[in-house]
Design a protein around this ligand. Sequence first.
Ligand code: CUA
Length: 338
Amino acid sequence: MLSGTAPCRSSRARAGLLLAVTVLPACGGDDSVLGPASPSASRVAQLSWLLFLAATAVTVFVFAYLAFGLFRRRRDPDEGDDADGDDPRRGERWLLGGGVLLPIVVITPLIGYSVVILADEPDPGAVEVEVIAHQYWWEYRYPSEGITTANELHIPAGEPVDLRLRSDDVLHSLWVPSLGGKTDLVPGQVNTMTIEADEPGTHQGRCAEYCGLQHAKMLFLVVAQPRDEFEDWVDEQRDEARPPEGATAARGRELFASQGCASCHTVRGTDADGRLGPDLTHVASRRTLAAGVLENTPDDLRRWIGDTWDVKNRAKMPPIPLSDEEVDAIATYLETLE
Ligand code: CUA
């Protein structure tokens, strides 16, 4: 007997664990619709809870009625006439009540509330960022500030920031769950959205529209900073790259030019002016690599350069045959680009 219950319990535990693993990452934490950190995300969270409660109420009602229908005592057909069952209007009344009236009563106020809550237009922001989606990374251009960066969107906290969204190739979608809803980036079209963070802090964003093999590895960070820190960051990003110090870094810079890196990447202040990949002028100041896939650590930087498709198979950056010494030199050079 015991041997029969043990596997059952363990498979139930496994199912529970699987459910928890699937469901829990969506709840709580910094990267969640249910942990709103902006005015618009708060409205989305409020609406999510309301829809969840309404759906729960309808489900409970329907199942209670189903149980009532299944378990109530039936009349025996042999036991005289069945006046109830013969009423031809009975089925019609059920159809109209359950199929038309109930949905109207439940859905109309929910639609009205959704429209009111989501139509709230935010004020135009003082900062505007052009967001360009690429397979599989994010480019951010700040036209008024005259800077370009990638995969790490800096914004001043407590202020609306206007985003102008474009795509360089296919359909993508920008989503920062804790800061608000999604907006698509459509080829040949400019969409706009406003993003705002209540407090300084870092938020995880992602591409929310399947855009190819590495769609899942198209992440980014939103770094909300106090106004003065944001301005300091802008000043640093405006600087051109400093010339490398030390023999290894200088060799790295040569390899960066001779091995083809420079034909896809820009490093301002040098001859590297490629536009296909992220601007690397200040790559060392960023927290992640490969669009949020790796931490920007010495080991991961070397892995990304030397083993590109192992990190992100079929990424646009091709694997370049480099010796360990060459990888180290290029990484050492990039580490000077703060
Ligand atoms: Cu870009 Cu999915």
